[in-house]
Design a protein around this ligand. Sequence first.
Ligand code: GLU
Length: 436
Amino acid sequence: MSIPDASAKATNQHALPSYLNSERPGPWGIYLQQVDRVTPYLGSLSRWVETLKRPKRALIVDVPIELDNGTMAHFEGYRVQHNTSRGPGKGGVRFHQDVTLSEVMALSAWMSVKNAVVNLPFGGAKGGIRVDPKTLSRGELERLTRRYTSEIGIIIGPTKDIPAPDVNTNEQIMAWMMDTYSMNEGATASGVVTGKPIALGGSLGRREATGRGVYTVGQEAAQHLGIDIAKTKIAVQGFGNVGGIAAKLFAQAGATVVAVQDHGGTVYKASGLDVLALLSHVSEYGSVLGYENAEILPDAQFWGVDCDILIPAALEQQITAENAHQIQARMVIEGANGPTTPEADDILHERGILVVPDVIANAGGVTVSYFEWVQDFSSFFWSEDEINARLVRIMREAFAAIWQVADEHRVSLRTATFIVACSRILQARELRGLYP
Ligand code: GLU
């Protein structure tokens, strides 16, 4: 066996751990490119930038459950704490058949950026289980959630890392997570998760908060571009908690929602879809499939529909180099996390289409999660008006700040958002110093 010499050690000491290989395409690779783009703007703080390129802590857990038919099934779960320089980890948990460690790492990093840009006293974290929850019974889903919570229980907690809903997780799942953690602790810990039912210390306005935030930044961006919302045509991908609520709010403001795409298909109506009717169809049948009062479009045609505002509010990597040229909209508001690839970002930028990036556009959810956490700690609950007013104020102020930075440095809103957020994170990092 050869003994590594000192020079080999010297060259290896900065080598990335294998799971951080940026050559591999995927959400983590995209996030690293975003960090590289912002590094030249970080001044002296750039000496700490390596911190952002590796998660602080990543836990992979086996989640075994007994299925209803008596057999055993094993699922792979994750909880990644990307950064905790500014406070405890914070971010959702997703249940999806395509969840990977790379994806959860990227989502946790985007949480760090998101929480910093709206100035919440949180770091970034994310969790997930690789499972298609639609294949599980309610009992199986509960056992899966409880076992997963117990497994990640060693790193979460109201002052350590606070999960919340994300794709395919909801208030009920948060209730089971809160209960499992509390049973293990021997005390009811309502602040361990957010997005809980109101009866368990959840916050008014939380369910609608992400969609409301998307709408609020949409209003701000439209104002900067001199666009009257009431005269806009909107296309939305994803019609759940984010896209559905955003579409409802835009429609209430007089906009015409012309196209909606979800996992069931694409519906289109040039004169405007009846958003409330479509929402009730989706809540009854699970998707837009079978909705009658509209034209059905082949999925690929969604990207080219005639609209002013496009809202991708589903999953990552939807707007790509292949479809970015077809987009007709004047602005894209990213309700989803990571819906636009860097190549597509450049194409949209060159074509003069404004992209309001995920890390600000969908920050409304975690902002009201923060309100929920504060209310749980103080056991004092606020009115819905108070919550919505504070949410709108925070979103507007954050948007104005990044708009100014984008103007100053002549960069995209995404780079501007990363400049603001990464500077805050790395400033905290520098002030805390390196332990030991
Ligand atoms: N899952 C949401 C997000 O991606 C909310 C996270 C939270 O409330 O902690 O921002």
